[in-house]
Design a protein around this ligand. Sequence first.
Ligand SMILES: *[C@@H]1O[C@H](CO)[C@@H](O)[C@H](O)[C@H]1NC(C)=O
Ligand SMILES: *[C@@H]1O[C@H](CO)[C@@H](O)[C@H](O)[C@H]1NC(C)=O
Length: 309
Amino acid sequence: MPPHFSLLVLLLFFLLLVVLYSFQYSSSQNAPVLRSRNAPATEFLSFFSSSSSNSTVSTHLRCLTRRPHLAGTPSSSSAAAYVLSRLRSAGLQTLTRTYSPLLSYPSSSSLSLLRPDHSLLKPLSLLEPADPSPSSGVVPPYHAYSPSGSAVAPPVFVNFGRDEDYVVLDKLGVEVSGKVVIVRRGMGPRGAVVAKAAEKGAEAVVMFGDRTDGGVERGTVMSGSVGDPLTPGWAAVGARGAERLREEDEEVRRRLPRIPSMPVSAETATEILRALGGPAAPEEWCFGAAAEVRGVGGGNVLLNFTYRR
Ligand SMILES: *[C@@H]1O[C@H](CO)[C@@H](O)[C@H](O)[C@H]1NC(C)=O
Ligand SMILES: *[C@@H]1O[C@H](CO)[C@@H](O)[C@H](O)[C@H]1NC(C)=O
């Protein structure tokens, strides 16, 4: 995992904006006062819509979303600079803080189907069908905080990867230990699904969503509450300013997944699932990207999984 990356937190600006606006709002005699911290969303909505026009809102949105701006990258710093300059030109007092949380970026990944004799059956795409040109600058699909790892093992379909799904596999006599788990996204946090697969002895996890829009969901597989794992409960100010736990510390290791995982498109998941032999999959598992699944897996094919962060 790359060590620490300086990160300008956009949220700070928005928070500042809200605080300053509501201060200005409640101190003004004529304006309706935001009555409480739980003021209904409609009140905020009418306040914000009275203070800007549709065209300025759409211009800002266009500027901020024109390019990908993954946290800690140069384009994220340009987005922060844009927000800062708009707030300043609106006459607001601004300040910036630099935070250095532990972030996670992908470096390389590959996936292919192999025959039992390890000869190549089919290379699989890890791209996002909706954005097939990596030159667009969009970060390739990945699971943040997944460790690097590789596995050559039979894939097993575990439906949503819940306890009851593993019970079904157990009854079918299908072992998950030493296999690559193919799991459908949608029940519970990603981190918990990967942790459960690790607990069952899986080598790696491939996660898919039943999407028809060509998108692939990115996201974290860290467990527990959100925030920097190295500074839980305090701010990750500066590169050396705050006390930090180490990645090897038990408190950190507990939150980071033990096995690698990555997300794939529904199309790639379908290619894997179609190739599976073994005991028949329960009827209620066979929908979406798994509509054509026959068996839950049985070692008639292998998956070659590699992820490097
Ligand atoms: C702004 O857009 C919203 C949503 O489309 C619309 O309801 C509203 O009337 C628009 N306001 C103006 C001033 O055009
Ligand atoms: C599995 O994939 C990796 C990375 O692409 C490759 O180096 C390796 O040779 C492959 N293993 C097999 C058995 O094909």
